[in-house]
Design a protein around this ligand. Sequence first.
Ligand code: ZN
Length: 149
Amino acid sequence: MAFEDLYQEIILDHYRHPRNFAPVEELSDGTVHENPTCGDSIRLSVEVGGGVITSVRFNARGCAISVASASMMSDQLGGLPVREALERILAFLRILRGEEAPEALEAWGDLAALGGVAKYPIRVKCATLAWHAAWESLQPEPANAAGGS
Ligand code: ZN
C-alpha cells in the first residue's frame, strides 16, 4: 500500500521510536485493546491526578500506523486536563471517520501525519485503536469493552 501522502517519515519515526512505550510487565493493570482486522494490539495505562492526565504509557504490537498513532496519542494527551483530552479524542475520531476535514489535525503537531489515513477505511481501525483505548481509560466508570476482544 502506498503511503507517500501520509507523512511516511513521521509515522515511521513514531513506529521505530514510540514515545512513552513501556514493557508489558510494567502495565499489568492496563487495559488491552485489539484490532483483529490487522492484528494490532495495545495495552494502555493512563494515570490521572487532580483532573489532569499525569502519565500515559503503553505497549503496542502491530502495524506502523497503529503503533505510531498510539505514540502520538500518548504525546498529545499527557499533561492535558481530562476534559480537554476527551474532547481531543472525539475530534480525532471524527476526523478519521471523515466527518471533519483532516486540516484540523495540522494544529496538533505530528498528528497531522495521520490525517490521510481517513482515505483508507481499512486503516482507520489501526489509527483509532489507541484512541478508543484512551477514551475508555478516561471514563469515570470503565464501560464493559463491548465488541472489544
Ligand atoms: Zn494495523
